[in-house]
Design a protein around this ligand. Structure first.
Ligand SMILES: NC(=O)C1=CN([C@@H]2O[C@H](COP(=O)(O)OP(=O)(O)OC[C@H]3O[C@@H](n4cnc5c(N)ncnc54)[C@H](OP(=O)(O)O)[C@@H]3O)[C@@H](O)[C@H]2O)C=CC1
Ligand SMILES: CC(=O)C(=O)O
Ligand SMILES: [Mg+2]
Length: 414
């Protein structure tokens, strides 16, 4: 067994299996403490909440609690390995919520027969939480699931693989194009993958200025074009009237490759066909569409990003979901809308252009980092992400009318 594989297994197994635990936040030592925490004292907040459901935010942990919910049908790029096998990833998301945004989070892995059954399960438990983060649910079911849950739930519902990925990809890509001296409005974009992440990434890039007709999307059957009769309604949104059929056909002259598909699907030969100064985001986890070593050996003029922590330019939704939920929870937003997503893109982008504090360099193992080819996007451990992104999101929620409380005082500074 490789050293790294054993290390990863030991990390998860010892000293306690798993990555999260529950802590109590009130004294519970004496009979008097227990009389307040449990019977008879607990009856008082029960009555208050029964009288006004908003009191749940006052008397319980609901307002700082996010559920990470999955069915395990698209676990990273590993595929449909079932709910239980997805648990380490979901505990990982919960760990990241706590570590980066001090949000309490629990993972919920749902076994179900039909899509409607999954929707019913989540809708039935949604009031327990301040927000629902859907994770690793495959397309096209993820689209129907998210839409139905947004309609049925009173708390924000956010499919991370769609929107978290899209926000980070848009921030990183617009910065990369700036570094390469290109404009998003003129960029020829190839998107490998046509699932949850792909559809949302391309939709948000269009909101940020990309032209739909400049985007070529591919699935396992090649280029998505208007004469295919096997497209679901989401892929059909990206069907081009074109004779191009293969990856090579669309990579010829492309400025951007976004990979949200699977491992090693981008051959070096296709990279050589791209326009001058291209951008390659090979975001599949854990194994990217092309290894950075191979891409860099193929040409020198590219900006390269992956979803991983161990290469420069980590294009990964960890840069978004803790912070967008922090902002949404802090103003009790009823939903996470496009205005909040675009605010997150702008805040993440802007941070990459500022000097990097020593603590971030130390934590990420760099001597220096400056905005440029190897640093187009902030590092996840940058402590400025939390105040900047959360504040931008909260302000956007207030401005767009979805906030249900006033802006907290700490967001008013500046
Ligand atoms: N870095 C990041 O932050 C994130 C990365 N990702 C990565 O994106 C990938 C997709 O995730 P997600 O969208 O949630 O999953 P989905 O199951 O929703 O979509 C997967 C898509 O990838 C396509 N695909 C898979 N293998 C290939 C291949 N060999 N050639 C061409 N297309 C292929 C599928 O094609 P078809 O439709 O024909 O089946 C499908 O369209 C994963 O690898 C995941 O790790 C996802 C979210 C965040
Ligand atoms: C990062 C992530 O959410 C994924 O690869 O699915
Ligand atoms: Mg995911």
């Amino acid at each position: 067994m490789s050293d790294f594989r054993q290390k990863a297994l030991d990390y998860h197994a010892f000293p306690t299996p798993g990555k999260i635990s529950v802590e109590i936040s009130k004294p519970a030592e004496t009979a008097q403490d227990l009389a307040l925490a449990y019977s008879p004292g607990v009856a008082e907040p029960v009555r208050e909440i029964a009288a006004d459901p908003d009191n749940a935010y006052k008397y319980t942990g609901k307002g700082n609690l996010v559920a990470v919910i999955t069915n395990g049908t698209a676990i990273l790029g590993l595929g449909n390995l079932g709910p239980l096998a997805s648990k380490p990833v979901m505990e990982g998301k919960a760990l990241l919520f706590k570590r980066f945004a001090n949000i309490d989070s629990v993972d919920i892995e749902v076994t179900h027969r039909t899509t409607e059954e999954f929707i019913q399960v989540v809708a039935a438990i949604a009031d327990t939480f301040g927000g629902i983060n859907l994770e690793d649910i495959k397309a096209p079911e993820c689209f129907e699931i998210e839409k139905a849950l947004i309609e049925r739930c009173n708390v924000p519902v956010f499919h991370d693989d769609q929107h978290g990925t899209a926000i980070v990809t848009a921030a990183g890509l617009i910065n990369s194009l700036e570094v390469q001296g290109k404009k998003i409005e003129e960029a020829q974009i190839v998107c490998m993958g046509a699932g949850a992440a792909a559809v949302a990434c391309m939709q948000l890039l269009i909101k940020c200025g990309a032209l739909r007709e400049n985007i070529y999307m591919l699935d396992r059957n090649g280029v998505i074009h208007s004469r295919r009769d096997d497209l679901n309604e989401y892929k059909a949104l990206f069907a081009n009237n074109t004779d191009k059929r293969t990856l090579e056909d669309v990579m010829d002259g492309a400025d951007v490759f976004v990979g949200v598909s699977g491992p090693d699907v981008l051959p070096a030969a296709a990279v050589t066909m791209m326009a001058d100064k291209p951008v390659i985001f090979a975001c599949s986890n854990p194994d990217p569409e092309i290894k950075p070593e191979l891409a860099h050996a193929t040409r020198q003029d590219l900006v390269m990003g992956t979803g991983r922590s161990d290469y420069p330019n980590q294009v990964n939704n960890v840069l978004c979901f803790p912070f967008i939920f922090r902002g949404a929870l802090d103003v009790r937003a009823s939903q996470i809308n496009d205005e909040m997503k675009v605010a997150a893109v702008d805040a993440i982008r802007a941070l990459a252009k500022e000097p990097v504090p020593q603590e971030v360099l130390d934590a990420s193992g760099y001597e220096s980092l400056t905005f440029g080819k190897d640093y187009v996007i902030p590092k996840p451990m940058d402590p400025r992400l939390l105040p900047r992104v959360a504040r931008a999101v909260a302000l956007a929620a207030v401005a767009s009318g979805v906030a249900r409380t006033e802006l907290p005082e700490n967001y008013m500074l500046d």
